[in-house]
Write a protein that binds this ligand. Structure first.
Ligand SMILES: CC(C)(COP(=O)(O)OP(=O)(O)OC[C@H]1O[C@@H](n2cnc3c(N)ncnc32)[C@H](O)[C@@H]1OP(=O)(O)O)[C@@H](O)C(=O)NCCC(=O)NCCS
Length: 153
C-alpha cells in the first residue's frame, strides 16, 4: 500500500481492490494489456440512507437519467456511488489527483447491456480532460452492486 492508500502492484501489473462486509474482490492485469483498472462492490444501500447518498454523489442530470430508466431508486443510487468509486480507483493511480463525486457524472446507462459511461467534468493530470467519456460495466444482485472500469493499454 502506498502512503495515499492506493495499492502497489509488482512491476508490470495493474489492479484494483474492493471490500464489503463479507466480500473481498481483486482484479489484476498485465500493464501491457491495460493502463489501469478500477473495481468496486457495494451492498445495496438502505432506503433510509438513499437521500443522503444521492446528496453526496448524484447530480440533477443523473437524477433525470435515473427517472428515465427502468431501475429502482436504491439500486441506481448504489450503482452511482459505486461507479464513481471504481472510476476514481481506475484514474487515481495514473494521475495522482484526488477528485470528488461532483467531478464526474454518469453520461449514459444501459440496464440491458449492463454498461454505463462516465463523463469526467474536470481536467486531471496525465492528459485526462474535461468532457472525456469512459466506458464501464456493472452488475446487480438483490444484495449488491458491482462496477468496473478498465483503460486498455
Ligand atoms: C479510496 C476509495 C475510492 C476507497 O473506496 P471504498 O468503497 O471506500 O472502499 P473499497 O473497499 O471498495 O476499496 C478499498 C481499496 O481501495 C484501494 N484504494 C485506496 N485508495 C486508493 C486510491 N487512491 N487509488 C486507487 N485505489 C485506492 C485500496 O486498495 C483499498 O484496499 P485496501 O484497504 O485493502 O488497501 C474511497 O475511500 C475514497 O477515498 N473516495 C473518495 C474519492 C472518490 O471516490 N471520488 C469520486 C470521484 S467520481
Amino acid at each position: 500500500m502506498a502512503a495515499d492508500r492506493s495499492p502497489v502492484w509488482p512491476q508490470g501489473y495493474v489492479g484494483s481492490i474492493t471490500h464489503t462486509d463479507d466480500l473481498l474482490g481483486v482484479a489484476v492485469a498485465r500493464r501491457k494489456d491495460f493502463r489501469s483498472i478500477g473495481i468496486d462492490a457495494e451492498a445495496i444501500i438502505q432506503p433510509e440512507t438513499t437521500a443522503e447518498i444521492d446528496e453526496l454523489c448524484m447530480s440533477e442530470r443523473e437524477r433525470s437519467l435515473r427517472d428515465s430508466v427502468e431501475i429502482d431508486h436504491q439500486t441506481f443510487s448504489s450503482l452511482c456511488f459505486s461507479a464513481k468509486e471504481s472510476f476514481f480507483k481506475c484514474l487515481y493511480p495514473l494521475t495522482g489527483v484526488w477528485f470528488d463525486f461532483q467531478d464526474a457524472e454518469i453520461a449514459s446507462f444501459d440496464p440491458d447491456l449492463q454498461l454505463l459511461q462516465m463523463r469526467l467534468l474536470r481536467d486531471l493530470a496525465s492528459g485526462f480532460r474535461q468532457g472525456q467519456v469512459f466506458g464501464g460495466a456493472f452488475r446487480c444482485t438483490e444484495r449488491r452492486v458491482y462496477t468496473a472500469f478498465a483503460l486498455p493499454a
